[in-house]
Design a protein around this ligand. Structure first.
Ligand code: FES
Length: 335
């Protein structure tokens, strides 16, 4: 049946988890709640909100102007990589700078040395990797929303401080001030690790850049979704079938059914525009082919599940399916 609301604020059918029930005395202690409290505290910082709003006002229009730029899409990871690039790249500076800390901790040579040694090479390589990681992170940050955007901004600011400390460490290292370089390097690694923790919070707790339709599989049987007469040609309809949000579309008599929750961040596709049998998500502009759900443009990196349809007794019926293949070999939907 038709949902009627189609609200962008509707909770997505998948990818969001319910608040955990408090079931033990430990659940009320700060030991298990501090990370949620930290995110809530960050969200209350006035200066962070102001900075986030200002950067959003400047950067979002720029991104929208260059939304078809393939380099920007590749910075997300996009359809070619199949998942976001930023989390993978972020391992590089952390790993390289951890190597610096190990070399510093095991260096027993007290003699002052100028120039670059092995730890300095690792430090410099980490700085280069951090630059690339920051670019991909900024690109992902622009397509986040609300609290995630503010926590993401703090994550980025911490990483910037970590990068600055590492740069100062490298400079003092090359000037021969080894002890100062070690202290700065350790501080850099500590700040970067804290930033990494917030990045983990965004992905694992908030589901940022996680496929929002990875678990949607129903309905398991043919299920009535909408009366055929209620679906005019070339006009999308948001429907619910056994709790799953689906967008129906008919063009020249052919029916299309696609998961209504955008795989990128949960936007409602039925609120987007449709042209050439491709729907554009209203939130960040990802495009999906209606026929097979393939990504035609990022930031989404995962295809949109499509559902088989049929008409019985004046009703459009749908049945669940697995997500569409990334590169269908025969052009037909895999069930
Ligand atoms: S929610 Fe981001 S592109 Fe759809």
């Amino acid at each position: 049946m038709r949902t009627g609301s189609g609200q962008a604020s509707d909770p997505p059918a998948a990818g969001r988890q319910a608040e955990p029930a408090v079931s033990s005395p430990f659940a009320t202690t700060g030991l298990v709640a501090w990370h949620r409290d930290l995110a809530a505290w960050l969200d209350q910082l006035g200066w962070l909100r102001t900075l986030s709003d200002w950067l959003t006002a400047v950067l979002v229009p720029v991104r929208e102007r260059h939304q078809d730029n393939l380099v920007l899409e590749l910075l997300h990871g996009g359809r070619w990589v199949g998942h976001p690039l930023h989390p993978a790249l972020s391992d590089l500076p952390i790993g390289l700078w951890a190597g610096v800390a190990v070399l510093d901790a095991t260096d027993r040579d007290p003699a002052p040395r100028r120039g670059i040694d092995a730890a300095g090479v690792l430090s410099a390589a980490g700085i280069l990797a951090a630059g690339a990681t920051a670019l991909t992170g900024l690109n992902d940050w622009i397509v986040t929303n609300d609290q995630d955007r503010r926590v993401g901004l703090f994550h980025g600011l911490l990483n910037t401080v970590g990068l600055g400390l590492q740069g100062a460490s490298l400079g003092t290292r090359m000037a021969g001030h080894r002890n100062t370089a070690r202290a700065l390097g350790a501080a850099s690694l500590t700040v970067t690790a804290a930033a990494g923790y917030l990045g983990g919070h965004l992905v694992f707790t908030k589901g940022v850049m996680v496929n929002r339709v990875a678990w949607t599989i129903g309905p398991r049987r043919w299920t009535r979704a909408l009366q055929e007469a209620d679906l005019p040609d070339d006009s999308p309809a948001a429907v619910l079938a056994e709790g799953r949000q689906i967008m129906l579309y008919r063009h020249r008599g052919r029916l299309y059914a696609i998961d209504n929750i955008c795989s990128h961040a949960g936007g409602l596709l039925s609120r987007g525009s449709i042209a050439d049998l491709t729907v554009t998500c209203p939130l960040h502009g990802s495009r999906f082919a209606l026929a097979d759900g393939c990504v035609r443009r990022g930031p989404a990196s995962q295809p949109q599940p499509v559902l088989p349809t049929r008409i019985r007794n004046g009703w459009i019926e749908v049945r669940g399916s697995q997500p569409a293949p990334r590169r269908p070999g025969n052009g037909r939907t895999q069930l």
